[in-house]
Design a binder for this molecule. Sequence first.
Ligand code: XMP
Length: 510
Amino acid sequence: MILVLDFGSQYTQLIARRIRELKVYCEIHPFNITHDEIKNLNPKGIILSGGPSSVLGESSPTIDKEIFEWGIPILGICYGLQLMAKLLGGRVESSSSSEYGKTEITIKKNNLFFKNIPDKNTLTVWMSHGDRVIEIPDDFEILAESNNSPFAAVADVDRKLYGIQFHPEVTHTDHGIEILKNFVFGVCQCDPTWNMESFKETKIKEIQDQVGNEKVLCALSGGVDSSVTAVLLHQAIKDNLICIFVDNGLLRKDEARKVVELFKKHYHINLIHINASEIFWEKLKGVADPEEKRKIIGIEFINIFEKEASKLEGIKYLAQGTLYPDVIESVSFKGPSAVIKSHHNVGGLPEEMKMSLVEPLRELFKDEVRELGVSLGLDEELVYRHPFPGPGLGIRILGEITREKIEVLQEADHIVMEEIKKAGYYRKVWQSFAVLLPVRSVGVMGDARTYEWTIAVRCVSSIDAMTADWVQLPYELLGKISNRLINEVQKINRVVYDITSKPPGTIEWE
Ligand code: XMP
């Protein structure tokens, strides 16, 4: 494995993803993990990430320079390069002319590190730095330079220490992948053996070792993460897996039936199906505030789940579909970002449940979970499902929720999905859905005046939901969706298309 020590760069996750794309396992840990922890991980190479601090600052994040003596290949990227240079006796200064964005570098020495790069010696790379190295440590040589960075790439080849001022992990860097490949395969001598099949086999064994003959409880929502968790656990421990599926009455059309059919009838998984719709609807009566609705749905879910779980005796383990970005988020030292919405999902169960956690997906990124789902035999339709928020349609009906509104939105959402799929857009976009705006406007249908509600159609592209853009769907498709919504859904006489990106908007309307 390759270990990435995180100094807080916005690109740290990207480094890990790129390495995994090379079929080499990679983990991110904070820069200050102990030497014992590093040795236990037994990495074949270490990457020091970039970061927002300056190595010239008094309390900037640092490491013990002893690790450079271990003989493990190390690549410092940006801040990582500057830190390595400073710790090993070079000099760094705060530069008056920083380099941000695309920059040309000239390769001075075409050794292992720049192998397999087509025969030109200038590359366009992505830089983002204020400080720069002005003197390299003894034994280091220059591999590349830029106008503003005489030491754009440097190395002490004997000690297998490399440093680059640019970011090979971003797509704007020419041949960035080749450079990472050269480090991972050439310098670190890793083998490209990490894939989903091997991950699956290892995980199944790990789960069996962890839980033995004990029973494991899993909250199943029918979404990708909890479905993959459940099927993986089922392969590992068969009937010792018990799933609880809480239908909150805010799911998509026919969803509850499909979940029960798939997991109970098809997979023969022990599934307890709780239809709690009435309870949720009752609690939500008269509540219009989005945050209050989110909180009620979240709390009620936990209450019901706990009540059902307490009926089952002697369960020591709780399975959760926690993913790698959540794990990194909780250990990173970037600090909490402002709460825009209180997210709720089935993973957020209370600590008081006093069960040990089984989190078989905690090393995976979302696209890897999908790959694992496919290798477990899950249907592509389920595996490539668009994200669906924990509070469900509850946050896509603006203001107060009523049964009638839920039914209207379920029909509308169903039509939007059908048309997006038919037009071949489903797999191309991040998320698409309908939102019910219960404001009434005047229309005319069949010579009669109408006074009904509006549906907003939302379709966005995104990589990680942190930012998103609205998709330029063809007018013809928008026209078809609009016609069907007005003709087929009672109570709707107007359709609008949401053309707000995130930021400033959010993906969901509430
Ligand atoms: P926003 O609306 O914050 O949404 O731009 C970002 C992504 O998160 C999903 N989302 C949720 N997912 N529980 C979830 O599991 C929630 O409470 C929740 N709220 C929003 C949203 O669908 C989008 O993909």
